[in-house]
Design a protein around this ligand. Sequence first.
Ligand code: F0G
Length: 407
Amino acid sequence: MKDEVLRCIECGKEYSKNEILYSCQSCGNLLEVVIPLEDVDPVELRKKFDSRPLSVWRYHELLPRMRLSSPISMNEGGTPLHYCVNLGRQLGIDELYIKFDGMNPTGSFKDRGMTVGISKALDLGVKNVVCASTGNTSASLAAYAGLAGLKCIVMIPSGQIALGKLSQAMMHGAIVLAVKGNFDDALDLVVKSSKELGLYILNSINPFRPEGQKTAAFEICDQLKGAPDSLIIPVGNGGNSAAYWKGFSEYGMIGLIDGAPRIFGIQAEGAAPIAKAFEKGVEKIEPIKNPETVATAIKIGNPANWKKTIRAIKNSKGTSFTVTDEEIISAQKLVARTEGLFIEPAAASSVAGLIKLIGNEKIDRNERIVCVATGHGLKDPDSAIRASEKAIEIEPSIDALRRILSK
Ligand code: F0G
């Protein structure tokens, strides 16, 4: 089998997989990893996949090849595709699923990309890794860098990330830098400084990260024994939605699925440059200077992967639109109370998006629908407590309890 290459998404210029590059040297656009699929035998591959447990590395034939004897891994992937009996009934949908990627080792989908990204870092022989993050990437990178023995620097927007995520990055021993600005400022600093300071970037502009993330699409197809009709997914920096589309496309090209889902990319109203581009019918974003949303994970005004994700969503025949913070929190509660799943606000934006699609009759209730829940609810306890009824303080007596129960 041929080796994978890096290819510019715009001009097609190719680079060796051993070069440390995040964008095209000719035109400045993002790069993607091209895995050679021509010689892949779908029957053989199916047999191999089925003989291994569900996980990111189950799909190693479709992942970048490394010189390491084994990848840096904590058994990421293999997350539940939760069948939503109650929520489905409430919304009048027969086949509704939530892909609960909050069940990954550090509680978000980032681990799928990080196992590949950190393994690649070791493969390339780098010593220092860096990311900008709204929280989950920093938690994941800190954990995997610890496992790999690499020095880790994370840049977070000062005072703007959820407590659970911050505690993870700190506990795993990363150098945590609180940048005076928002996520976009932090990513800007990462990109500008990486070469000069010898830091390997593990944001989703690193073409190896999406390779790990595309395995969630493979898993869904394997769990359903076919592709879903629609996939609804939160969009922040735009890396994950594009990675899913890459996964569905590769499975389709090999012949492991027929058809592919429409992808609906959901953004929070106050941080929605990609949804706005769809609204206007243009293939270009206008960055938002001061993004605002309760879903801090997707509080991003200038998504680095905008071109990749707009193309992915368009090619899938889907679209992108917004939901309000109220809709996000109400969907988060609904999922927690009907399905027993505690998902973080950004993750709940996919379910808020589904409710809107049903309301507008933009999606058929007979479809097979998957909402992606990207992160665990325990990541952001503050917002959960703010959104819920206060605990009732009582004296430790049966009478006091009886009074409460009789209300
Ligand atoms: N959901 C969660 C829970 C996230 O943490 C993120 C992104 C997204 C959705 C959006 O994914 O950026 O690929 O479109 N979090 C990044 C971070 C930005 O730094 O943790 P995307």
